[in-house]
Design a protein around this ligand. Sequence first.
Ligand code: ADP
Ligand code: MG
Length: 289
Amino acid sequence: AIPLVVSISTERAARAGVLVKDRLALESMRTIDTVLFDKTGTLTRGEPALTNVAVADGWTSDEVLALAAAAESDSEHPLARALRAAARDRGATLARASAFRSSPAEGVEATVDGREIRVGGPYLLERLGLEPLAATEEWRGEGATILHALVDGSITGAFALRDEVRAESREAVAALHDRGISVVMITGDAEAVASAVAAELGIDRVFAGVRPEDKAAKVAELQSEGRRVAMVGDGVNDAPALAQAEVGLAIGAGTDVAIASAGVILASDDPRAVLSVIELSRASYRKMT
Ligand code: ADP
Ligand code: MG
């Protein structure tokens, strides 16, 4: 009887925009008590826009932006796309970059016009022992993601980027709370950005500044509290955490690596789809235990 029930439910799942890769994952979904959401690209649109630029003495914002965007040429990260789009909007022609290297927690590094350009977040500055530009303090308080640009090891400018929270995310959080399910957010982004987004969504627990390699350990931390965790994510960085969770759910528009590590794939990028999966699981397996 099990295959029949499951095939009916996977058909219903398909109609709800949910692709079940692993039947055990669908079955487990009815017993989870905690949903851990990745922030960027999952609860937010993942399409940040550049809103502010600050520069060090001797630099213009157009120069700093053009160099940073050139250094980000080979990155698929949403922040990289935002910098390239902003540079294009300002009519910049991007110089060729070579020797590109990226570090998921820190940012990118490349040679542009014979100079060593780095673009990255707090972990980059921390490792190099550099202080953020003063202007960024206010942006941080407003919940913007901050990147700094470095030329040959010195800070030349900083950028504020803002990513919109999905309208559906708030509803998803409220509906999960109604069912007695805890909602936790995890992100590699800074604490201030994370708390601003969490407050907007009604999420009361946040893991911020989590390096990609530590995301799975955070899932394990929740599990060691006796929780049964479903993790929802989209990025390469989320893959080990998706695999560690009782149920890993990948956003369909996410990266191939995330999709490969998940038991369930959400065709839409609507976080409310998590509720459809819970409902399907409860409806399909209720009679079988
Ligand atoms: P999340 O966990 O919310 O999906 P990520 O782990 O993708 O976020 O990114 C976390 C942080 O790493 C960013 O906020 C930024 O500081 C830094 N970072 C990662 N990739 C890049 C990049 N291509 N350019 C600049 N900074 C980057
Ligand atoms: Mg992400």
